[in-house]
Design a binder for this molecule. Sequence first.
Ligand SMILES: NC(=O)c1ccc[n+]([C@@H]2O[C@H](COP(=O)([O-])OP(=O)(O)OC[C@H]3O[C@@H](n4cnc5c(N)ncnc54)[C@H](O)[C@@H]3O)[C@@H](O)[C@H]2O)c1
Length: 340
Amino acid sequence: MARFLVTGGAGYVGSHVVLALQERGDEVVVLDDLRQGHRAAVPPGVELVVADLADRRRVDEVFAGWSFEGVLHFAALSLVGESMREPMRYLAENLSNTATLADAAVRSGCRRFVLSSTAALFGHPEKMPIDEAARIIPGSAYGESKFMAETALDWADRVHGLRSAALRYFNAAGADPKGRLGEDHTPETHLIPLAIDAALGRRDPLMVFGDDYPTPDGTCIRDYVHVTDLADAHLRVMDRLKDGPSVRYNVGNGLGHSVKQVIESVERIGGRRVPHSIGPRRPGDPAILVASNEKLRRETGWQPYHAGLDEIVRTAWAWREAHPRGYDDRAVPEGAARAA
Ligand SMILES: NC(=O)c1ccc[n+]([C@@H]2O[C@H](COP(=O)([O-])OP(=O)(O)OC[C@H]3O[C@@H](n4cnc5c(N)ncnc54)[C@H](O)[C@@H]3O)[C@@H](O)[C@H]2O)c1
């Protein structure tokens, strides 16, 4: 058994990783200020520290209170559109919070660090699928901020020997197959939950941004990776850092699906039409983004177990249908600590 600190562990991807760590017998402390996350997404038995990462004193207290084998860092500003309106806030906050955390980890003697990075590093890639050698030309301030966070971690290794992995996720999707966790963002910007909610009549018709891209059906193609598979990647990579060097991986299914294919899948699984309309292209959206997951497979033995689009959509549909208002945080009173 080991103990890990998970920042942003009350959020979508982080909570699925917390659950996976807990299920294999590790102890977890979550640090999250709940600006996006949910108390109810933190499983019983896990300590939740409600704090902003920008609060160095609180971060230091956490490292003084527990010793950690490793840190998994999910907490970040992560809306591409917002980052183009407030670029300085994104660059400053995502870099400085990563640096604060890495610094605290180093000072406490913690030697392993996994960062949530993003496919947004690659802007408009020249070659598909995108492997780790692809040129990094972020198409947004959000992507740039994650690249700066990766660079900070390179320095933490070079100077202090902190071993890190940056996982460049493509599109995280789906929900815990046992229905314990799901995706609940406000605002929601991800296609699958938006399409499901449109089908369930819980929101306005879905807007498809452009159907004149150079793809077979004209809509953008993305790589949807199941959040449980993504969680598994984190555990494997964290384990590998014990003896291995710092590393960067692209994490996706290796398969692309168009917006229209996603809509069709939601209609198939839900048995309802997804009301939608076609709008103009969104500035900066590349036509196709698909990951090469070869390196991750080769070096960690990872493989996607929930690779089919219908399976991904089925788990997302089940959770959203069962949680019409998302997580019910009132069911977990503040201070009724999730501690064991
Ligand atoms: N969801 C995706 O498809 C996707 C794709 C690529 C990269 N990522 C990256 O993965 C990470 C997790 O994504 P997600 O979809 O789970 O996001 P999320 O918003 O659901 O989770 C992030 C969590 O971090 C917390 N948080 C944010 N800033 C904080 C701060 N300063 N202090 C304390 N807590 C803070 C939020 O309350 C939230 O619970 C992010 O870093 C994101 O950039 C996500």
